[in-house]
Design a protein around this ligand. Structure first.
Ligand code: GLU
Length: 414
C-alpha cells in the first residue's frame, strides 16, 4: 500500500461516516495536476547529475494551492500526492482560504554543497515557474527545506517575473518578507491544540511525561515550548537515534548539543540518560507521544507497544490506518496531523496576507491571530467526534470535507 492509498482510505472512512455525496469523494480522490521535472545540475566535481522534482496540486476550490517542498532521498510521487491531499484537508480544517499542494525533490541535501543546493533550488523554480505564483500555488518549507531555501525561491521567481513577487513562497526569512512567528508556528499551533486536549482530559502539565520523535523544526520547537509550559520531556530523537531519561531531559541543553554535534545522540542532558533507537523511543513509558519526524512511523507492527495515552501528529502521516485501528481499540487518542500541525500553514497564510498588504505584524499579533483559529478548529473537530462517536482523525476529515463540499457545490464540480 502506498502512502496515497492510506490517504484515500482516510477519505473513504470519513465519507462513509458522514454519508458524503459520492461526487465529492470522487473529486477529492484525484489531484488536479501532477508535474514531474528533470533537473540537470553541474555538480562542484564537474559531473552532471539529473535530479527528479515533483509538484502535485490537489485541490484549489478554497483558494490558491498551498503546501511545502520536501528534499529527501525517499520522495516519490505517491508520497507527494498524499501530502498534497492532506494539505487540502489541513487548510480546510482550520478554515483558511487556501487549497492543497506539495512538492519534492529526490535528494539527500546533506550530500550537496551549499552552492549545489542553491543551483538545484533555482533550477526547480525555473522548471515549475508557470505552475506557481501568489494567486496560483504557493510553496513553503517542509522536511529538510529552510527559510534560506525559501529566500532563493522568492528571489528566483521574482527575477523570472521581473518584479518583486515575494508572496510566491512562505516560510521566508524576515529580511525577505517572512512573517514573525513562522519558525515555530507548527509547534505553537500543536501546543494550542494540546492545551485544548489537556483541558478536555483534565491533564496537569507538571505530571505529564512527553516523548518526542524528530528534532527538526517541528520537534525541537515543540520540545522547547512544552518544557517552558511545565511538561516533563523524557525523550527525543533525530534520524540517527534518541535519548531518554525517566527523570527528564534538559531541552535547551539538547538543542545546543545538537547544534554542536549534528545529533541528539551523544547529548548528556539529564540523569541516567540512555541512548536508544528511534523504534525504542516510540515504545518508552510516557503519557504523550509526539510524532514529529516522517510518515509511517507507527504501524501494525509496533502500535501495540506504544505506552502513551495520547499520540499527537506534528509530522504528516506518522500513524498508518492499521495503527489507527489498534489505537482506537486500546483507547489511545490520536490527535491527527491535519489538525495538530496546521499552525504552520496558518501562519503561512498570514505571511501571504502581509506580503500582499506590504505591512507586517509583530510576533504577538501573529500568535494572537493563530490561537483562536486553532482553538475553533479543535472545537469543530471535537464536536464532530462526539456527534459521530468516531476518531479525531475521522472527525478532522469530516470537518474538512463538509467545508470543501459546500465550496465545491457552490462553484460547480466540472
Ligand atoms: N510543510 C508544512 C505542512 O506540511 C507547511 C506548509 C505551508 O506552510 O504551506 O503543513
Amino acid at each position: 500500500m502506498s502512502l496515497f492509498d492510506n490517504t484515500l482510505k482516510q477519505i473513504e472512512q470519513a465519507a462513509s461516516i458522514m454519508s458524503l455525496d459520492k461526487d465529492i469523494v470522487t473529486i477529492l480522490s484525484s489531484p488536479k495536476k501532477i508535474l514531474q521535472v528533470s533537473l540537470p545540475i553541474r555538480m562542484d566535481s564537474g559531473e552532471l547529475k539529473v535530479f527528479q522534482g515533483f509538484r502535485v496540486q490537489h485541490n484549489d476550490v478554497a483558494g490558491p494551492f498551498k503546501g511545502g517542498i520536501r528534499y529527501h532521498q525517499q520522495v516519490d510521487m505517491h508520497e507527494v500526492k498524499a501530502l498534497a491531499t492532506w494539505m487540502t484537508m489541513k487548510c480546510s480544517v482550520v478554515g483558511i482560504p487556501l487549497g492543497g499542494a506539495k512538492g519534492g525533490i529526490i535528494v539527500d541535501p546533506k550530500t550537496l554543497s551549499k552552492r549545489e543546493l542553491e543551483k538545484l533550488t533555482r533550477k526547480y523554480v525555473d522548471s515549475i515557474e508557470a505552475f506557481i505564483g501568489p494567486e496560483l500555488d504557493v510553496p513553503a518549507p517542509d522536511v529538510n527545506t529552510t527559510p534560506e531555501i525559501m529566500a532563493w525561491i522568492a528571489d528566483e521567481y521574482s527575477k523570472l517575473q521581473k518584479r518583486n513577487k515575494l508572496g510566491v513562497v512562505t516560510g521566508k526569512p524576515l529580511e525577505v518578507g517572512g512573517s514573525q512567528g513562522r519558525g515555530d508556528a507548527t509547534s505553537r499551533g500543536g501546543y494550542y491544540i494540546l492545551n485544548e486536549v489537556a483541558k478536555a482530559k483534565g491533564i496537569n502539565p507538571a505530571e505529564t511525561r512527553v516523548v518526542i520523535q524528530g528534532f527538526g523544526n517541528a520537534g525541537s520547537h515543540m520540545a522547547r515550548i512544552l518544557q517552558e509550559e511545565g511538561y516533563k520531556i523524557l525523550g527525543v530523537s533525530d534520524s540517527r537515534g534518541g535519548v531518554y531519561s525517566p527523570s527528564g531531559i534538559d531541552v535547551n541543553c539538547i538543542t545546543k548539543c545538537k547544534k554542536e554535534n549534528g545529533s541528539v545522540l551523544q547529548c548528556e542532558c539529564g540523569n541516567d540518560i540512555k541512548t536508544i533507537t528511534n523504534q525504542e523511543l516510540l515504545e518508552q513509558d510516557c503519557d504523550i507521544l509526539i510524532l514529529a519526524a516522517l510518515e509511517n512511523q507507527v504501524t501494525a507492527e509496533n502500535a501495540d507497544n506504544v505506552k502513551a495515552k495520547i499520540v499527537l501528529e506534528l509530522a504528516n502521516g506518522p500513524v498508518t490506518p492499521e495503527a489507527d485501528e489498534i489505537f482506537k481499540n486500546k483507547g489511545i487518542m490520536v490527535v491527527p496531523d491535519i489538525l495538530a500541525n496546521a499552525g504552520g500553514v496558518t501562519v503561512s497564510y498570514f505571511e501571504i496576507v502581509q506580503n500582499e498588504m506590504n505591512y507586517y505584524w509583530s510576533e504577538e499579533e501573529v500568535q494572537a491571530k493563530l490561537e483562536p483559529i486553532m482553538i475553533n478548529a479543535w472545537n469543530r473537530v471535537f464536536d464532530i467526534q462526539k456527534e459521530f462517536d468516531c476518531t479525531l482523525r475521522q472527525a478532522g476529515f469530516i470537518s474538512a470535507m463538509r467545508r470543501l463540499e459546500a465550496k465545491l457545490k457552490a462553484r460547480g464540480l466540472e
